[in-house]
Design a protein around this ligand. Structure first.
Ligand SMILES: O=P(O)(O)O[C@H]1O[C@H](CO)[C@@H](O)[C@H]1O
Ligand SMILES: O=c1cc[nH]c(=O)[nH]1
Length: 287
């Protein structure tokens, strides 16, 4: 007999929707595009042929509709891997838990989840305005301290711990090869550092000086099998790790809006994000 998940663990709203996302199973497509910024949701759904469902709770804004005959969802997550843990757990519950009876379903349904985010490059030859798919992501946050060990090798986490003298081992997880193979060649492929903050955790200094001296210089020169860390953002490692543990296909795409070596910010960031959105819709939908 399957465990009945208590009401305090799998929290449902009065209408039967999952607690934070405010979605019911029928509101979700199996292809889900995610964005950090709630205002970016409509920049994706404006390319849908029809929108059948819209909802909003906290930073989680969802539009579900169709491109041609294909059902597609776009939703926002806000910033940080703590939000990604909620997103991935509740998306998974929508397809893999019998919400009425509060038991796990006996068959597993995988989702395809594609992040459409912004990011800062840490290599000079990845200019602002370019697009990058994260092959692997290394999490400098503590989320994976609370979940089972990831099955893949953790060489980047171990190297970063050693070179930055960290008191913990960052975790590492990879993109879905299935989704990556559908992406055009003109996307850079890279090793993404997922940081638990935008300023000091990404080597930025406004009034407070980051504790890690020369962080960007130290990280950007690291190399494993001819590959170097490429970019900073705040969610990808959480997506990849949760996707791996829960059995979903996940890919993170990054519009490079900052270059941390040249000090530039993309003057046409909105255009770069739109180029990424259109490339993703073309690659992952049938139309
Ligand atoms: O543009 P989004 O998708 O929010 O992604 C990036 O931008 C935010 C920081 O400005 C972080 O969430 C980071 O991961
Ligand atoms: O430099 C950047 C740009 C966007 N998002 C980040 O997290 N970092």
């Amino acid at each position: 007999m399957s465990r009945i998940i208590p009401a305090s663990e799998l929290i449902l709203n009065a209408d039967g929707s999952v607690y934070h996302l405010h979605l019911k199973p029928e509101n979700l497509a199996s292809l889900v595009f995610t964005v950090g910024d709630p205002d970016r949701v409509e920049l994706v759904s404006r390319y849908f042929d029809q929108i059948d469902f819209k909802t909003k709770k906290r930073e989680f804004v969802t539009h579900t509709g169709r491109i041609g005959s294909e059902k597609v969802t776009v939703m926002s997550t806000g910033m940080g891997t703590d939000n990604i843990e909620i997103l991935m757990t509740e998306l998974d519950a929508l397809v893999n838990v019998d919400l009425q009876n509060r038991i796990l379903k006996t068959s597993h349904t995988p989702l395809q989840i594609v992040r459409l985010g912004t990011s800062g490059a840490m290599q000079e030859d990845i200019p602002v305005g370019s697009l990058l798919a994260s092959e692997k992501a290394v999490g400098l946050d503590t989320l994976m301290q609370f979940y089972p060990e990831l099955s893949e090798s953790q060489e980047w986490g171990i190297l970063l711990q050693e070179k930055l003298n960290l008191g913990f081992t960052p975790y590492q997880a990879a993109a879905s090869e299935y989704l990556m193979n559908q992406l055009p060649e003109d996307f850079f492929r890279g090793i993404t550092l997922t940081c638990p903050g935008f300023y000091a955790p990404q080597g930025r200094s406004i009034r407070l000086k980051p504790k890690l001296d020369q962080m960007i210089e130290r990280i950007s020169k690291l190399e494993i099998e001819g590959k170097r860390p490429t970019n900073f953002e705040m969610e990808t490692a959480g997506y990849y790790a949760m996707g791996q543990l829960l059995g979903h296909e996940v890919l993170s795409l990054n519009a490079i809006v900052a270059n941390r070596i040249t000090g530039e910010f993309d003057k046409e960031a909105e255009k770069t994000v739109d180029t990424m959105i259109r490339a993703a819709l073309k690659s992952f939908t049938k139309k």
